[in-house]
Design a protein around this ligand. Structure first.
Ligand code: SF4
Length: 284
């Protein structure tokens, strides 16, 4: 089964070439619970849902995308609800992942690709993320963080110095809709975006267009206003909602509230993209 997580799950699923849990990686099996916690705190050990090699999604070029487990949000449209709980991930060391990353150095160089850390929410495991980012930079590899920004406060200055690109999911423009979509508040995402802007880190914004949930014109306009306040946004992706993640909710015994919600029509997606383009934003 192909892994898709977070908002990029709405993007060109056919472009996801590999991805089946942590296949090819060694699961960490040493030590007891105390040691495991220590290793996690140090950043050497992460709780990983899956990884895959993708082209033309999750950032430029061909990328190794690592999906970590655990997320503070509860997006109604989540494509991978099994990434919401950190305990569902498997323990994998940064050393193991970086060894795998090193193997693809030639591919990354040839395609302008690199490493993308996604989830779940990668900032749930900031020490692990920091170690991965540092390791990638030491290998001369481009780095991207895919995040909702809700836990932006967990990102240290050192981490941001090792981050070339942030894929920032802005799930809604008004507070009420944001809360309805995610169960949480929008402001931390805006604060994180402000910080990225101040640091001059390149950002791609992602917004999932869901009929009857996020597609109110006033809401779309607010997302566009948020994106246009940041000069470091080089691209916006308006991603049409689809139902391809629905089955997972049932298999986990979770209530899926978007049953029967249709994907937006091509015209509706174009209209939303036009709202961003009208603000001078390069939008796909
Ligand atoms: S932020 Fe969390 S809950 Fe929302 S889509 Fe991404 S993984 Fe799912």
């Amino acid at each position: 089964m192909q892994a898709t997580a977070c908002d990029q799950g709405f993007q060109a699923p056919a472009a996801r070439l590999t991805g089946a849990g942590i296949v090819g990686l060694q699961e960490w099996a040493d030590g007891d619970r105390v040691e495991r916690l220590e290793q996690m705190r140090s950043g050497e050990l992460g709780s990983v849902h899956s990884w895959e090699l993708v082209t033309a999604v999750d950032g430029p070029g061909t990328r190794m995308t690592v999906f970590v487990a655990g997320c503070p949000l509860r997006c109604l449209y989540c494509h991978n609800p099994d990434t919401m709980e950190m305990r569902r991930g498997l323990p994998v060391t940064a050393t193991e992942l970086l060894a795998r990353l090193r193997r693809y150095r030639g591919v990354f160089r040839a395609t302008g690709g690199g490493l993308t850390l996604s989830g779940g929410e990668v900032l749930m495991q900031p020490a692990f993320a920091a170690k991965m980012l540092r390791g990638a930079k030491e290998l001369g590899i481009h780095t991207a963080l895919d995040t909702s920004g809700f836990l932006g406060i967990h990102a240290t200055e050192e981490m941001l110095a090792d981050t070339d690109l942030v894929l920032l999911d802005v799930k809604s423009g008004d507070e009420e809709t944001y809360r309805r979509v995610t169960g949480r508040s929008l402001q931390p995402t805006i604060d994180f975006g402000d910080r990225l802007a101040a640091a001059g880190i390149e950002v791609w914004i992602r917004f999932v267009l869901v009929p009857g949930l996020t597609d109110d014109p006033a809401n779309v306009a607010r997302v566009a206003d948020i994106a246009s306040r940041w000069p470091n946004v080089s691209r916006v992706e308006v991603l049409p909602f689809h139902q391809m993640g629905a089955d997972k909710w049932a298999s986990l015994g979770l209530d899926y509230e978007l049953d029967g919600v249709r994907p937006p029509s091509p015209d509706e997606v174009d209209a939303a993209r036009a709202v961003f383009r009208a603000r001078g934003l390069t939008t796909y």
